[in-house]
Design a protein around this ligand. Structure first.
Ligand SMILES: C[S@@+](CC[C@H](N)C(=O)[O-])C[C@H]1O[C@@H](n2cnc3c(N)ncnc32)[C@H](O)[C@@H]1O
Length: 319
């Protein structure tokens, strides 16, 4: 029995045990039920059309980097993961799974997601690329789960892009990342960045004021309607200090790398930046944010010395 087979078996066994016994009632005072997180993401899988060729799937990875300046750099993709076990939490339809398996020497890549549909798409894509099944394991979780189906201190790297801001208990998941990581190893996590053009210009000005799209909602409430579909049950943005606090509580030594940009934010800034500053209807918090933006040498906006895009990236070291 190879270590890889052993790990796959362990994942399966832990998953069954955890499915039977380890469920928590969702801890939330109000709002959508955690079950709706699972079902929403099963119905609204990102990129739900399967790729027809491996080339098409691979081309999509390059296209994705072009849509988000600094995404690749800040998420450290694909990095050096020779012989490592990599966990991609909230793997979706498998972009990063495919990338880690094609472009790194990772021994094993584990993909976990709440969406059976996303996991099915991931599996189909890995098969399209003819990747050795011994190099990957896929497991379904639930938003209510309190334990990941992964052994303690068995993982060398956690990648988690665009997931934790959709979950009921990001604190529980961060503790789990800490448990499964080997001491000294790292998690790279992206959560939506409140210090962003998306939040202060696109949401607070364009959607709320110009479009009057969400009467009665404040900017945080409106934000959650602007990212992953209007009915996405949970979509938060974090101030870096708040997310760093969560990481610290989970036991990590962490830093905020910056917010990578979407091309959409750059377009909004060019089209509406000046108009927003002149508009008396814009609340001071948002105006002050826009006033303090500075452009780097590539023209990308920065706030307080950090890039001001929606993709807030954190590097968290397990001590
Ligand atoms: C915006 S997609 C990001 C997918 C992928 N990480 C990427 O970068 O392309 C968010 C993913 O998080 C998953 N998700 C939502 N809540 C989750 C939870 N509590 N635990 C694990 N995955 C979750 C969704 O099913 C979805 O695949």
């Amino acid at each position: 029995v190879t270590l890889a087979t052993h790990l796959a078996g362990t994942v399966d066994r832990m998953l069954s045990a955890w499915r039977r016994h380890r469920r928590l009632a969702p801890v939330r005072a109000a709002g959508p039920s955690a079950v709706s997180v699972d079902s929403y993401w099963t119905q609204h899988t990102v990129n739900s059309t399967p790729f027809s060729t491996a080339e098409e799937s691979e081309r999509y990875l390059s296209w994705r980097f072009e849509q988000y300046p600094l995404f690749r750099e800040y998420m450290g993709l694909w990095g050096d993961h020779d012989q490592e076990v990599v966990l991609d939490y909230g793997c979706g339809p498998g972009d990063d799974l495919v990338g880690f398996l094609l472009y790194t020497g990772a021994r094993k890549v584990i993909g976990i997601d709440v969406s059976s549909r996303a996991l099915g798409l991931s599996r189909g894509r890995l098969e399209l690329h003819k990747i050795d099944p011994a190099r990957y394991a896929l497991a379904q979780t639930s938003d209510t789960a309190v334990e990941l189906p992964v052994q303690s201190q068995s993982v060398g790297y956690v990648n988690c892009g665009g997931v934790l801001h959709h979950t009921s208990r990001p604190d529980v998941i961060l503790h789990e990342f800490h448990r499964v990581l080997k001491p000294g190893s790292v998690a790279r996590i992206m959560v939506y960045n409140r210090n962003s053009v998306w939040f202060h210009l696109y949401t607070a000005y364009i959607r709320l004021i110009v479009d009057n799209a969400f009467p009665g909602l404040d900017a945080d409430q409106a934000f959650s309607r602007t990212t992953d579909g209007e009915h996405c049950p949970i979509s938060r943005s974090y101030r870096p200090s708040d997310f760093l606090g969560l990481l610290k509580t989970a036991g990590f030594d962490a830093e905020f790398v910056g917010g990578y940009l979407s091309l959409h934010e750059l377009t909004c800034l060019d089209a509406y930046g000046l108009r927003a500053l002149d508009d008396p209807r814009l609340a001071n918090e948002h105006r002050e944010f826009l006033q303090t933006l500075r452009r780097d040498e590539r023209g990308l906006p920065m706030h307080a010395g950090m890039h001001a895009g929606i993709g807030g990236v954190y590097v968290a070291r397990r001590t």
